[in-house]
Design a protein around this ligand. Structure first.
Ligand SMILES: [Zn+2]
Ligand SMILES: [Zn+2]
Length: 206
């Protein structure tokens, strides 16, 4: 995720035709436009231009584009008072950050995925190699996951490693004939993961 904030972009903006450049950022290139509504914002010349471009874009879009954040109760001409906003007087900046990330990446973005989703290309030295900065934590987290849940095909009567003489007789425990599935819990059924007795190994859950 890239954030356009003009103090971050000082070198980029230096000498540029700001009218053109801001038009392209706010009207054409951004995914969302956060507007921090305050008395300071209301007085700023460029802010008015930015808002106009953002509104031109919002008008074309079928989903919300301008995301107002309030620092005080200033009325901004042209900013619809009925648009939902976040009030920074009752939300911390960390909560705002979470809300923005949910907006961009979806409601159920996991907290531990954020370093990867917001990665800006930083590398770290890791085990003698260069790795993405979020990688060591991701690898450490992977050590907590000790199993997979998988859909593994069941083994039919007659396909077991052990010869139960399925050609000659039905399963002695559940009466399945060759090619049928056993009744779950039958003591002949073979585990398709460890090839032990399905009933007594720990691999399976229904
Ligand atoms: Zn059986
Ligand atoms: Zn097993």
């Amino acid at each position: 995720m890239r954030v356009f904030y003009d103090l971050y972009e000082e070198a980029v903006l230096w000498g540029k035709d700001l009218y053109q450049h801001l038009q392209s950022v706010y009207r054409d290139r951004a995914q969302y436009c956060l507007i921090f509504v305050s008395s300071h914002y209301a007085r700023k010349l460029w802010a008015k231009h930015e808002l106009r471009q953002a509104q031109a874009r919002a008008f074309r879009e079928h989903h919300e584009y301008i995301l107002p954040v309030r620092l005080d109760d200033t009325e901004i001409p042209g900013l619809n008072a009925t648009v939902g906003y976040v009030d920074l007087r009752s939300h911390s900046s960390e909560e705002l950050r979470q809300l923005v990330l949910q907006k961009v990446f979806g409601q159920d973005v996991a907290h531990e995925d954020l370093p990867e989703l917001t990665w800006r290309g930083e590398l770290v030295d890791f085990r003698g190699e260069k790795a993405a900065s979020f990688w060591p934590a991701k690898l450490e987290q992977a050590q907590q996951q000790q199993t997979y849940v998988a859909n593994v095909p069941r083994i039919r009567y007659g396909d077991e490693s052990f010869n139960w003489h399925a050609d000659e007789r039905p399963c002695h425990d559940c009466f399945a004939v060759k090619g049928e599935y056993h009744v779950p819990g039958c003591d002949v059924e073979e585990c398709p993961v460890c090839h032990g007795q399905a009933l007594s190994c720990q691999c399976l859950s229904e």
